[in-house]
Design a binder for this molecule. Sequence first.
Ligand code: NAP
Length: 281
Amino acid sequence: MANLIDGKLISTQIKDELKEEAAQLKAKGIEGCLAVIQVGSDPASSVYVRNKKRACEYIGIRSLSYELPEETTEAELLELIGKLNADKSVNGILCQLPLPKHIDEDKIIDAIAPQKDVDGFSPQSVGAMVIGKPGFLPCTPAGVIQLLKRSNIDIEGKNCVVVGRSNIVGKPMAMLMLRENATVTVCHSRTKDLKAVCSQADILIVAIGKPLYIDSSYVKDGAVVIDVGIHRDENNKLCGDVNFDDVAPKASYITPVPGGVGPMTIAMLMSNCVESMKKSL
Ligand code: NAP
């Protein structure tokens, strides 16, 4: 049976370290402030936003909340971001995605000043990550790297297969694994014989967005399996992209859902906020 990678425990350790750092920065007169923008009232987004604000409170960072109506125009949102970019007391800006259809998400992400882009989604942040320059890393993939490192799992030289190539998970995940010297293969919906490719992985990272898609027939004996997916099944229970019960006996390490990658995303957001505070030193 695989060892469980406990994302809840690891994320708490990280948040406790950050709390300490934030207190030290505060003692030097540097206050943290994250502006959290939500447009509309999508229930899942409201849960994420609430959890992010709670994490700020835990770490000791002020959070400013902007809950805007669904009808907010792109111009109004851009104006708010402009004001927050110029506000010296704000060191992080987060605009909860997805945005309503009448707002161009790329335009909004682009408008956030790179030095306040704590989600790590802006083209500048992504470019810096690709060429190995300092900048904010996207939170979910950065969280996966922390899970692996803090579980003492070697990455260097390992065959890593990332399933999924979205801009927020799959692509940056592949880049960060490459940065850690893994040999990386990226799979997507057009990949021929996904099973054969996944079966070669020492580390299999799954971000497909399809509940329980990966079973043990995709997994090499002793592989490390990281499940990024989050879904609710027919009984309203959380599950991932990986069929945990089927895969766990074959893997050496595995993340559960819930309690695996999920809690790491917010911990890494907090880490980016503290990094942003340090820039005012
Ligand atoms: P996404 O934008 O829908 O991307 C899914 C990717 O999977 C695409 O690249 C797609 O390929 C690929 N794919 C779909 N079906 C496939 C198949 N049958 N075989 C191989 N590849 C396939 O999803 P996402 O935003 O990356 O999110 C993925 C999952 O992670 C979702 O369940 C999401 O809820 C979860 N998530 C969790 C966190 C967290 O904090 N834990 C954060 C973000 C996302 P194409 O590019 O060819 O279409």
